[in-house]
Design a protein around this ligand. Structure first.
Ligand code: HEM
Length: 408
């Protein structure tokens, strides 16, 4: 392993290799030193992990603690002036994504039944209906339209609202606050303000559900007497945020990627049976949740390096999913490849709870969109599409599209 690779200072800000590819410095780093020290702007030294095997091993090892930050709130190198994380941060009630076992296990097990493959299969037809209705709406508009606003964001928002029992009429409040919360460039206090506002809203909602539970996931949770209101609120926050921002960005960026790969798009249109595999490949290729954080709870060996106790560790899923040691021609979008084994839903105890739901939504969403809009195309040059390089979940801010005819 080369010790000569220069130590990176923070993460690159731009996608200099194109909208879908890892920044060039990240690719170079993976080739030179897949587990590498990284200097943080505030002066402390942590690590960045970019190789597939190392990322997988790390995610499977809970000694790489998730108590590195307050959920996805505390990003040490991007927000100058924040204290360096050298010991486990306090646990925010309910945010089990930022907990370790056994706290994590206690909360996650209360939800596993709600998101099983079987439950999602039962919901599939309903999700297809929701997608069709949203596409009916889009077909009535005069193009060009913004695909994110008219389709990619509403579809998962409608679905998660219904599942959780959050009124869709309140979407403005949680969509705006989610975007503020996930914006890496906003000052810390503004992110906290967004978090606090959303929590105030959700705390009221779960309090009402505890008093008069209905037929939805948050009501089912509210029936558990051993969950405090603060915990219910935190869980609701996590599910609502993870449930709409992630899939929306996969639908938006995924459509952009397909439109930029017309031969792949044509194959997919010609044979819809390719859809499940295409969704996995888009997940691998795009890795919209690129960066996650961990914290070494003890001295740990990884990829031939020793990561000292108390180190912050930045993990790049995108780099791992483009590792040529794991996937042939990794930078090629190939909807026929076997992309399962990608790390885009994470790995280990925190592996995405909503992955089956996300898959059903993506299959229904892409299938419906391609069928109903056979002439769909970008309404602006590709290099004018606004990329979410400033956000913790990657994607496009808007995707202006147009078409000449629609179909049923
Ligand atoms: C966890 C990605 C959709 C709920 C995760 C993690 C990733 C991820 C990478 C692991 C984070 C870590 O280890 O620190 C995605 C992507 C999605 C998606 C790319 C869409 C394409 C969803 C949906 C839900 C959801 C629809 C709705 C319920 C969660 C939850 C966790 C999680 C609750 C935390 C699990 C835990 O800590 O045990 N997701 N996700 N996700 N995701 Fe997703």
């Amino acid at each position: 392993m080369s010790q000569e690779a220069p130590i990176p200072h923070g993460l690159p800000k731009e996608r200099d290799a194109g909208p879908f590819d890892p920044p060039r410095d990240i690719t170079r780093l993976r080739e030179a030193r897949p587990v590498s020290p990284m200097a943080f702007p505030d002066g402390h030294q942590g690590w960045i992990v970019t190789g597939y095997d190392a990322v997988r091993q790390l995610m499977a090892d809970t000694r790489f603690s998730s108590r590195q930050d307050i959920g996805v709130l505390h990003v040490p190198y991007e927000i100058p002036g924040l204290p360096v994380v050298t010991e486990p941060s306090p646990v925010e009630p309910g945010l089990f994504i930022a907990m370790d076992p056994p706290d994590h296990t206690r909360l996650r097990t209360k939800l596993t039944g709600a998101f099983t493959v079987k439950r999602m299969k039962m919901l599939e037809e309903h999700i297809v209906d929701i997608a069709e209705r949203q596409l009916d709406h889009m077909a009535r508009l005069t193009p060009p339209v913004d695909l994110v606003k008219e389709f990619a964001l509403p579809l998962p928002s409608l679905v998660i609202c219904e599942l959780l029992g959050v009124p869709y009429g309140d979407r403005e409040q949680f969509q705006v606050n989610s975007v503020r919360f996930l914006n890496k460039e906003l000052p810390f206090d503004e992110k906290i303000a967004a978090y606090t506002e959303m929590n105030a809203y959700l705390s009221e909602l779960v309090t009402r559900k505890r008093a008069a539970p209905g037929e939805d996931i948050l009501s089912d949770l509210a029936r558990h007497d051993d969950l405090a209101i603060e915990e219910l609120t935190g869980i609701a926050f996590l599910l609502l945020l993870a449930g709409h921002e992630t899939t929306a960005n996969m639908l938006g960026l995924g459509t952009f990627a397909l439109l930029e790969h017309p031969e792949q798009l044509a194959e997919l249109r010609a044979d819809p049976d390719l859809m499940p595999g295409a969704v996995e490949e888009l997940m691998r290729y795009l890795s919209v949740v690129d960066i996650v954080y961990r914290y070494a709870a003890e001295d740990l060996e990884l990829g031939g390096e020793t990561i000292g106790k108390g180190s912050s560790v930045v993990v790049s899923m995108l780099a791992a999913n483009r590792d040529p040691r794991r996937f042939d021609n990794p930078d090629t979008l190939d909807i026929r490849r076997k992309a399962r084994g990608h790390l885009s839903f994470g790995h280990g105890v925190h592996q995405c709870l909503g992955q089956q739901l996300a898959r059903v939504e993506m299959r229904a969403g892409f299938e419906g969109l391609l069928r109903r809009f056979p002439t769909l195309r970008l309404a602006v040059p590709a290099d004018e599409v606004k990329l979410r390089t400033n956000m913790q979940i990657y994607g496009v801010h808007e995707l202006p599209v147009t078409w000449t005819e629609t179909a049923r």
